[in-house]
Design a protein around this ligand. Structure first.
Ligand SMILES: Nc1ncnc2c1ncn2[C@@H]1O[C@H](COP(=O)(O)OP(=O)(O)OP(=O)(O)O)[C@@H](O)[C@H]1O
Length: 238
């Protein structure tokens, strides 16, 4: 039986490095449904926010409280980086790896790898070295590798930042299917078109703090702060 992760509450949460606060203090509660898109100017703290919530950046103040114990919460999460990190192995071995280390038999893992390769249209590349895939194919593989263990929550840090329109659409389709299956997604993007297409909730960061937030339709129709309005218009916000 899998424990419920959400809601998660950040209370005065922050992460610092050598005395400089990278993000925080943050007070925010996130419920367990849909896609939460984190936006904000360069350097506003989007990556640090995702890493802090995931537990990859050290909590140096405040608290982050999941509905279940922290260790259990971590087990139900995956993180997809801006630039996919591939094992120096084949596509199939990259997919099998997360399953086998969590105790799935090799036979079952191979069957699931085939199933997921098909879902992300990499089924004809199972024997290829992951390192020679194109950027879009690598990102699809990274997504499949994150989703194959059926995590309750996936963090994505600018997953389409270096991809063209077609690859971006393929990634977005995979994300929409994951959401439809009940996976909670928390992702950063600098692409406001993508934010509008995918977001159910929006968190707008400015100088390491949550400056504005809300449900996507209301946020995009009329954000409550002048900086968020300016940012959505494409003005320079610092
Ligand atoms: N390891 C680090 N050491 C010191 N400072 C860091 C470190 N990582 C991030 N920072 C600083 O923390 C701030 C937030 O960075 P972060 O990468 O989280 O922002 P971002 O919104 O994701 O930026 P971008 O849109 O440019 O990717 C920036 O000022 C950055 O220079």
């Amino acid at each position: 039986m899998v424990s419920e992760l959400f809601p998660v509450t950040m209370a005065g949460a922050r992460t610092s490095r050598r005395g400089t606060v990278l993000v925080g203090p943050i007070d925010l509660t996130l419920e367990g449904r849909g896609t939460c898109v984190v936006i904000g100017p360069n350097g506003s703290g989007k990556t640090s926010f995702l890493r802090l919530l995931h537990g990859a950046a050290r909590l140096t103040g405040g608290s982050i409280t999941w509905a279940c114990p922290m260790q259990e919460a971590r087990r139900q999460q995956a993180f997809v980086f801006q630039r996919p990190v591939m094992l120096r192995r084949t596509v199939e071995q990259n997919l099998i790896y997360p399953l086998v280390i969590h105790g799935t038999s090799r036979l079952d893992a191979r069957a699931r790898a085939r199933e997921w390769a098909e879902k992300v249209a990499l089924d004809r590349m199972l024997d290829r070295q992951a390192s020679i895939l194109s950027g879009g194919e690598q990102q699809k593989l990274a997504l499949a590798r994150a989703l194959i263990s059926d995590p309750r929550l996936v963090f994505l840090d600018e997953p389409c930042s270096s991809l063209d329109g077609r690859a971006t659409r393929e990634i977005e389709d995979i994300l929409q299917s994951a959401k439809a299956r009940g996976t909670r997604l928390i992702m950063s993007t600098h692409d406001m078109g993508q934010a509008r297409r995918l977001a159910d909730q929006v968190v707008f960061l400015l100088r390491g703090k949550v400056h504005d937030q809300g449900d996507a339709p209301e946020f995009f129709d009329g954000p409550s702060t002048s900086q968020a309005r300016a940012f959505l218009k494409g003005d320079i916000v610092e």
